[in-house]
Design a binder for this molecule. Structure first.
Ligand SMILES: [Zn+2]
Length: 296
């Protein structure tokens, strides 16, 4: 088991701790499939809601919070029945807008794993306004059930009444709907091909800047992030932040980054290159490879 979970495991009910420890192997990055959830329910004798609330300290252990030292853990449950953990991320010494919130981490985790809808979000502190707005961008966002310790479960519409969202801007295919933007680039570099694929799956209905980042570590593994825009603009999640949050879930140190690629569509009305370089240079002393791609 990874050391980062030692403290959270010590506080779990014994039967649950015993059942989950083998799942927290060196590759664990916050994903448990529906079968594993069933296994944990049986072993712990907890209801699903109580089980997911009990797992929040494990999600919070994925956090990297050098500024606040405040550990937030979130779990997004997909329609498939799988769960995706996420946690907050802050970049040491850098402006606070680089931060990723736990709910954004969990939801982007589900999205990168191919989920098409999120039905439940479980979080250890009440979602902030930024996250309420971020979740409102999701497919059937107003219906996402929010579960908090010692609170009655309520849909997002309870936490974000009179909401402004994608439908106000005539967007009919909100976040997590399958996006398929045709971007072609002649390259045989696997990392660039991976980045172009992710850019094609990104969500950028407001600027059409279909974009993605892929980070490669010195041992050749890659961590991707896609651009996820928001109707209220500021809660948008940049692909670099999504990729860094992905790395943090995988317990990788940012000093291990060897290469960083940003793909953007030439038809976008904004560019993420400045913001992406800023975040990259905050964590690694390498140059960003920036490639602009023509849509088909
Ligand atoms: Zn938040």
């Amino acid at each position: 088991m990874q050391d980062r979970f030692l403290k959270s495991i010590a506080n779990l009910p014994e039967a649950l701790a015993k059942a989950i420890v083998p799942m927290l192997d060196k590759d664990f990055a916050g994903h448990l499939d529906a079968l594993q959830i069933e296994e944990l329910k049986t072993a712990s004798q907890l209801t699903e809601q109580d089980l997911l609330l009990a797992l929040l300290p494990i999600a919070a252990a994925l956090a990297r919070v050098p500024i606040s030292n405040f550990y937030v853990g979130a779990i997004a449950k997909g329609k498939s029945g799988d769960i995706y953990m996420g946690a907050n991320l802050e970049l040491a010494g850098e402006a606070l807008f680089h931060s990723v919130h736990a709910e954004q981490s969990a939801i982007s985790h589900a999205w990168l794993s191919g989920e098409r809808q999120i039905e439940d979000v479980i979080v250890n502190f009440s979602p902030c306004g930024h996250c309420r707005q971020f979740m409102n961008e999701l497919v059937e966002g107003q219906k996402v059930n929010i579960h908090l310790p010692e609170q009655k479960t309520q849909p997002l519409s309870h936490y974000l009444p009179y909401a402004f969202g994608p439908t106000d801007l005539n967007i009919t295919e909100p976040l997590l709907t399958k996006q398929q933007h045709e971007l072609t680039l002649d390259s045989s570099d696997p990392m660039i091909i991976e980045a172009v694929d992710h850019a094609g799956l990104s969500y950028a209905p407001y600027t059409k800047n279909y974009a993605a980042v892929v980070l490669e570590t010195k041992d050749g593994l890659t961590f991707s992030g896609r651009y996820a825009e928001n109707a209220a603009f500021n809660p948008s999640m940049l692909p670099m932040q999504m990729a860094l949050s992905n790395m943090a879930r995988h317990n990788r140190d940012f000093s291990e980054i060897n290469r960083a690629v940003l793909i953007e569509s030439s038809k976008g009305i904004v560019s993420l290159v400045g913001a992406t370089m800023d975040a990259l240079h905050a964590v690694a002393a390498i140059e960003l490879e920036h490639i602009v791609v023509e849509p088909e």
